[in-house]
Design a protein around this ligand. Structure first.
Ligand SMILES: [Fe+2]
Length: 291
């Protein structure tokens, strides 16, 4: 092939690759901004009483902020979650967007006011995530407090009715303090949290990052996590390109059972790094425990 032929071919290939990249980005932007699904799980953990029915809606990683999670979109998420009429609603941290491509700033008071519309029989509970800790933990805590959503900060509460009580526990963030060189010190205290559980009633544990799962005692019936965004950009038939977990794809997404212990990792709703999602539709998780 002549030099000119090679050059033309190179330009064409470059053009095709560029177009494919641009169309993937456009697709990812649309999926992040408009996709919304409810993912159902009905795990049967060994230490959850078979006849004790409990439904939980899980909202994770809202990352409020446009282009994909402006206030109208937060409202849509809240409406969708509220329509599920679950017994309990939990919000697993990372409340606001911190990437470089924000087109609509959503103040803490605005996303919190939307979350304030959530109502459930056993209440609405929250924990904080790494982005909250890294960028504005006090602001997030004030916002949650103002709308009366309790934070389970290494804490546990006994919920439910006589004969069907359960503990809802939550730990603080495992990546709270950045120490440099890729090292972190967590604000989590799992043993201290477990020590607050004073009866034999079953336990649901809220964590932001799923990595703590290796340490979760069998006493906990179900662990609920977010953080990974399911990899956020995920191509068919291959492991996620990027998973913020020391365990790679092992805890990236979905229902994980190890040594008879159960965890569900939500793919979450918003985005970090770039406002794109490919192959991981924004989701609200609904869990049904018991008959
Ligand atoms: Fe996170």
């Amino acid at each position: 092939m002549s030099r000119r032929g090679l050059l033309t071919r190179g330009l064409m290939l470059g053009g095709v690759a560029g177009l494919a990249g641009a169309s993937s980005a456009a697709y990812g932007a649309v999926e992040a901004a408009t996709g919304l699904t409810v993912t159902d799980y009905a795990p049967v953990p060994p230490n959850w009483p078979a006849r004790q029915k409990l439904t939980i809606s899980v909202i994770a990683d809202i990352h409020a902020g446009g282009p994909n999670m402006g206030i109208a979109r937060v409202r849509e998420v809240v409406d969708t979650a509220q329509a599920l009429q679950s017994d309990l609603i939990v919000v697993l941290g990372d409340y606001f967007a911190t990437h470089r491509f924000i087109t609509e700033h959503v103040p803490h008071a605005a996303w919190a006011a939307e979350l304030a519309r959530l109502k459930a029989r056993y209440g609405v509970y929250a924990i904080l995530g790494n982005h909250d800790w890294w960028h504005d933990p006090d602001g997030v805590r004030v916002a949650l407090r103002q709308v009366k959503i309790p934070e389970l900060r290494n804490d546990a509460v006994l919920l439910g009715e006589r004969g069907s009580r359960f503990w809802l526990a939550g730990i603080d963030d495992q990546l709270a303090h950045y120490l440099g060189r890729g090292n972190f010190r967590g604000a989590d205290d799992l043993p201290g949290t477990m020590a607050k559980i004073k009866t034999d009633d079953p336990v649901v544990l809220l964590v932001h990052e799923p990595d703590i799962f290796t340490e979760v005692p069998a006493r906990v019936a179900l662990t609920l996590a977010g953080h990974t965004h399911g990899g956020q950009i995920r191509l068919p038939y291959v492991p996620p390109v990027w998973t913020p977990s020391a365990y790679g794809a092992r805890y990236a997404y979905g229902h994980i059972v190890e040594n008879n212990r159960h965890m569900i990792v939500s793919g979450g709703l918003g985005t970090s790094k770039v406002p794109l999602r490919i192959g991981v539709t924004p989701e609200i998780v609904r869990v049904t425990l018991g008959a």
